[in-house]
Design a protein around this ligand. Structure first.
Ligand code: SF4
Ligand code: SF4
Length: 335
């Protein structure tokens, strides 16, 4: 299955969406080349955000002339109506377009609804009425807010982290979205770098016909890998199923997803990476994390004052300080 219909939006996109957060890290021309190559390969869904610095501008520069042939989803982190309009107008101008296919509330701390006093959802409705946006979406990392959005009947798409490491509750959210005709956009389908088998990641998500994975793409090599799945989509065969089972066994349930909800840390510990350092070293090229810079960052774990902020904010119920100490002990054996 190489096409996904995003629920009642009717958007029919290639199953390989382009996550445009990482193009912030490359130059304007390199980004143009990458985006153009993605488009030429058949990728037609691009997800960006006002918050991703110049990502929107680069998309407008690279794909402004083919606007009608692609879908663009952007996001706003605004908490007030004045900024809502300012940000929407800025996004449209940078993207060189007069409409967004999907406009999403970007990871809000609550699910905006009509009559909640913020005026945010009403602003979305007005933008839709004016033709500035075609569909209303929301992104979140917290299962409760995503589930609230699904139940509310107010959102046409929900963007949430989903991979083969998902919990049962997260899988239920996907099934619920399908039932309600809500398009499901899957972020972190490689679980923030923990999953290295992209074929298994793709094949797992291909089981869900309402799920559109957006792959964070920064390099041509990554693009080629996902673009290759357009003509030859990996199928969940015995070999890939075994790889998934092995991964799940290795990671268990108690691993840090790198979502960052535990931040800020008063001891300035880079929790999202430090709390899963042992896994990253074993699963990604270790040299990236063994340099002086990371040695310094990991040493900060000694400065933890046990304030409890991280533990109380972790949506996965992890004992974060203990997990950090465990990773620090393990890290020292590598250096
Ligand atoms: S408990 Fe430690 S690691 Fe967690 S937020 Fe507080 S100082 Fe940072
Ligand atoms: S410790 Fe929890 S909140 Fe912090 S990054 Fe990891 S999964 Fe997210």
């Amino acid at each position: 299955m190489s096409q996904v219909i995003l629920g009642k939006t009717g958007i029919s996109a290639n199953k390989n969406g382009f996550g445009a957060l990482p193009i912030q890290r490359i130059g304007r021309e390199a980004a143009r080349e990458l985006l153009r190559k993605a488009y030429d390969s058949g990728i037609n869904f691009f997800d960006t955000a006002r918050f991703y610095t110049d990502s929107e501008e680069k998309i407008g520069y690279a794909l402004g002339d083919v606007r009608e042939k692609i879908y663009i989803a952007s996001k706003t982190m605004t908490v007030n109506v004045k900024d809502f309009w300012e940000q929407l107008n800025t996004s449209l101008s940078f993207l060189k377009t007069d409409y967004l296919d999907i406009y999403q509330f970007h990871n809000p701390a609550f699910c905006p609804k009509s009559g909640d006093g913020t005026g945010l959802y009403e602003a979305m409705l007005e933008a839709k009425d004016k033709g500035m946006i075609r569909h209303i979406g929301i992104t979140n990392h917290r299962i409760k807010i995503a589930a609230d959005a699904a139940e509310s009947g107010l959102y046409e798409t929900i963007q949430y982290p989903f991979s083969y490491l998902a919990t049962d509750e997260e899988t239920e959210l996907v099934i619920k979205c399908r039932k309600y005709g809500i398009g499901f956009i899957a972020m972190k389908a490689l679980s923030g770098g923990l999953i290295s088998n992209s074929a298994a990641a793709y094949a797992y998500l291909a089981q869900y016909d309402n799920v559109l994975p957006i792959w964070g793409i920064q390099r041509e090599k990554e693009l080629e890998e996902f673009a290759g799945y357009i003509d030859n989509p990996p199928v969940l065969n015995r070999e890939l199923s075994a790889a998934i089972e092995q991964d799940k066994k290795e990671l268990g349930a108690e691993f840090c997803r790198g979502c960052g909800y535990c931040l800020p840390c008063p001891a300035n510990i880079d929790i999202p990476t430090s709390a899963r350092m042992s896994l990253m070293i074993k699963r990604a090229p270790a040299s990236i994390y063994l340099n002086k810079e990371w040695q310094g960052k990991m040493k900060r774990i000694d400065d933890c004052i046990n304030c409890g902020h991280c533990k109380s904010h972790c949506p996965y119920g992890l004992d974060t300080p203990e997990l950090l100490r465990k990773n620090w002990r393990d890290y020292k054996t590598f250096i």
